[in-house]
Design a protein around this ligand. Structure first.
Ligand code: OAD
Ligand code: ZN
Length: 260
């Protein structure tokens, strides 16, 4: 890592489980195994744009739980921040909608929130933007925010199945060829198009997976010679890296400076 200067991080829900936010697909604890109370016909309906048009209530009930504010970044988010502080981070591509990368102090131009964000909101029919605070207040009070132009239901700008990814996502096509290391962490790499950009780095660039289980191209046998998988709990592996890199003092300082 010391010899790499243009690191891209691809992150998923697994980097936020140590902050107390469930991931999606871990059997038992993952969100998709715990949706009974929301009464959806199948798990992914809760994030499906056609289902939302038909019935937005399950998503709004879940959104009350998911709105950023309750949770804090953990050592993994701060590790990415540290990569930035050291001038090594080209970009962090995250699928997470919890905003913890921003909260850890990673500047917004260094983060691509590929599956959107709760920090803005718009009409799901005509895309007119809507004041995010008003949307939040409505949802928290159990009401559906309504578009001032067409009276369509407003939703936070998180990406649903059936919707396009935000336009910043397309920057992967210029970022990835510049990278000299790709770190993939806490994702099952099951959702396209995000999963596929793992293949957009140059062929000789090392790719490091940090995850509980093997995912995507890291499942290939034999493993490509430039791919490395470090299996285990993300916090533990991160701590190991911080200590191997002798970054402990910097890590402590970064966490202290955030004062959350
Ligand atoms: P998943 O729940 O599919 O995958 C999380 C991965 O992280 C799994 O491989 C877990 O084993 C691993 N994991 C969880 N906690 C960990 C920990 N503490 N240490 C190490 N590994 C851990 O989540 P994503 O891949 O992020 O999309 O899901 C992708 C997309 O699917 C989400 O962005 C969401 C969902 O549908 C939308 O809502 C559009
Ligand atoms: Zn509208």
């Amino acid at each position: 890592m010391k010899y790499c200067k243009k690191i891209i991080v691809m992150a998923g829900a697994g980097i936020s489980t140590p902050s107390g936010i469930p991931d999606f697909r871990t059997p038992g604890s993952g969100l998709y195994d715990n949706l009974k109370k929301y009464n959806v016909p199948y798990a992914e309906a809760i994030f499906d744009i056609d289902y939302f048009t038909y019935n937005p209530r399950p998503f709004f009930a879940l959104a009350k739980e998911l709105y950023p504010g309750k949770y804090k970044p953990n050592i993994i988010h701060y590790f990415v921040r540290l990569l930035h502080e050291k001038g090594l981070l080209l970009r962090c591509y995250t699928q997470n909608i919890d905003g913890l990368e921003r909260m850890a102090g990673i500047p917004s131009e260094k983060v691509v929130e590929a599956h959107g964000t709760f920090s803005t909101a718009s009409c799901h029919l005509c895309y007119t933007s809507f004041p995010p605070k008003e949307a939040r207040d409505c949802i928290m009070n159990g009401k559906s925010p309504r578009c001032k132009v067409c009276y369509g239901v407003v939703k936070p700008d998180i990406v649903f199945f059936g919707e396009d990814l935000p336009k910043q996502f397309s920057s992967f096509s210029t970022d990835f060829p510049k990278a000299d290391l790709l770190i993939v962490m806490g994702t099952s790499l099951k959702i396209e198009p995000f999963a596929n950009i793992v293949n957009a780095v140059r062929p000789n660039v090392p790719r490091l997976l940090i995850n509980r289980d093997l995912v995507g191209p890291f499942k290939n046998e034999p493993l490509k010679s430039t791919d490395v998988a470090e299996l285990g709990e993300l916090c533990e592996v991160t701590r190991k890296f911080v200590s191997a890199l002798n970054w402990q003092t910097d890590m402590d300082e970064v966490i202290k400076s955030q004062k959350l």
